[in-house]
Write a protein that binds this ligand. Sequence first.
Ligand code: AMP
Length: 176
Amino acid sequence: MSWIKEYVRTIPDYPKPGIMFRDVTTIFENDVAFPKMITEFADRYKDNGIDKVAGIEARGFILGGAIAHILGVGFITIRKEGKLPRETHNERYLLEYGEDALEIHKDALNEGDNILLVDDLIATGGTAVAALKLIEKAGGSVTDACFIIDLPELGGCSALQAKECNIFTLATYEEL
Ligand code: AMP
């Protein structure tokens, strides 16, 4: 079992009945687990030719900012619609019920940049694939993506791999 699972808190039936919410704020709050986790991610990408790290609002900011700092590269914010002040690209994606949209600043990166995409958890992959498309629209490519948690039953990693993106996750939960 991954060491990180000891620090993940599972909240049944949140935010709605039937969902097992994997709460990673318990990792962020822990003096040992948070730095250990960031080091593990950063070590993996140290010599990988990553030009910038992109994080998805909001937990991806906490992880991605810390990883970018260690790698010595800039950080790109991928935000919910309407939050970014300059010109943006927009990508809509389906949720279990309804849809949502993410945005990136059009000038957030340089043409041809290799981007490491970061979020806390991948489930269906809808969020991560939308973020990948935004980075591509802005001229970069997502060579790598990392998440604390994968829910493989929902197929998100396969969806991202189909876009030729390498994926690293610290823990897998087979049961939803
Ligand atoms: P998806 O687009 O289906 O891959 O969903 C991923 C996004 O939804 C991530 O930003 C997660 O933070 C959040 N998410 C989805 N399912 C869960 C879950 N069971 N526990 C915690 N967060 C989740």
